[in-house]
Write a protein that binds this ligand. Structure first.
Ligand code: FES
Length: 123
């Protein structure tokens, strides 16, 4: 019995608030710092209506952050995530690199949930 309650408590604590959904422009992107047990991580978030896609802001090519201007992660027409350093392009839906020096690699996806208009990072 206590194990169940304890597990629930741990699960609740494990989710960290990232931002409000409205902190991400619909059709656009934003970046956020999150303090974790392993240190401070920078995440990118892309919003498509009610859906939010979150990845670690680290390009699989060199590990550099992707944004040239803070929070700007998309290409000119807003259809792909684009790295500002060497131009790799990634699908928004799954972070897969479709062109550039790390073609075939993927961004590191971050599991999230949306509750009461806020995006929470799981685990
Ligand atoms: S660092 Fe992203 S494409 Fe080279």
């Amino acid at each position: 019995m206590a194990g169940k309650a304890g597990g629930k408590e741990r699960a609740a604590k494990a989710a960290t608030k990232l931002c409000a959904v409205d902190d991400i422009p619909d059709g656009g992107s934003n970046g956020f710092f999150v303090d974790t047990a392993d240190g401070r991580l920078l995440y990118m978030a892309i919003r498509r209506g009610a859906k939010v896609f979150v990845y670690v802001n680290s390009c699989p090519h060199t590990g550099m952050p992707l944004d040239f201007q803070p929070g700007q992660f998309l290409n000119a027409d807003g259809t792909l995530i684009q790295c500002s350093t060497h131009g790799a392009r990634f699908r928004i839906e799954d972070g897969y690199c479709v062109s550039g020096p790390c073609e075939g690699d993927s961004l590191t996806a971050v599991e999230t949930e949306i509750r009461e208009g806020r995006v929470h990072v799981k685990g």
